[in-house]
Design a protein around this ligand. Structure first.
Ligand code: SF4
Ligand code: SF4
Ligand code: SF4
Length: 183
């Protein structure tokens, strides 16, 4: 198996929360680092023992305990926004890798519990600390890896479109400025 295919196989075993707790920017870069033998297989707290065992079986490596420097294995959580404290700054929106937060600037924001994968990335983004992680209610399961991956890819595609549009507007403004008569 070549390295790209190996990274695909590794990535397919990861939970796709994109939480960065492994020390990489997302699940895919961690998968690539493992494929290149640059990272241990025990750095994914959301995947926990199950993912470590699957990676060990795929790669023929020894099962290691979860690296405590990356975090601990916990029951699934969901983000909750305190509606009385939210100031509508919208900083949590770009932080969410799966677009599970609804809101617009100056309006109250809310979390779509069924889409939230518990990555916690919105918590640090909030300037007034009004986002808390809570245990998922009994019987309510967290989104599965394929859904997380699909939503993350949509999120990245939208970010890329927005970056292209900003670039286009900037170029137009520069061209317009060059056409203005010199004073
Ligand atoms: S889910 Fe696991 S592999 Fe993906 S970013 Fe989080 S810690 Fe890394
Ligand atoms: S709402 Fe917060 S915890 Fe939930 S997926 Fe989005 S960033 Fe992660
Ligand atoms: S970052 Fe916090 S205060 Fe700002 S919109 Fe999100 S939840 Fe509300």
């Amino acid at each position: 198996m070549n390295l790209a295919n190996l990274a695909d196989s590794i990535d397919s075993l990861l939970p796709q929360t994109q939480c960065t707790r492994c020390g990489y920017a997302a699940c895919r870069p961690y998968a690539q680092a493992i494929a290149h033998d640059e990272a241990a297989i025990n750095r994914c707290p959301p995947g926990g023992r199950e993912v470590i065992a699957a990676l060990a079986a795929l790669l023929g490596r020894i099962e290691l305990p979860l690296d405590p420097g990356c975090g601990t294995e916990q029951p699934p959580t969901v983000a909750f926004i305190d509606s009385g404290a939210c100031i509508g700054c919208a900083r949590c929106l770009p932080a969410c890798p799966v677009d599970a937060i609804l809101g617009a600037k100056h309006f109250l924001h809310t979390v779509l519990a069924r889409e939230c994968n518990g990555c916690e990335l919105c918590v640090a983004a909030c300037p007034v600390d009004c986002i808390a992680m809570q245990p998922r209610p009994p019987g309510q399961s967290a989104p599965e890896a394929p859904a997380n991956r699909a939503r993350y890819e949509q999120h990245r595609a939208r970010d890329a479109r927005a970056a292209r549009e900003r670039e286009r507007l900037l170029s137009e403004r520069k061209r317009a400025a060059q056409l203005l008569p010199q004073q």
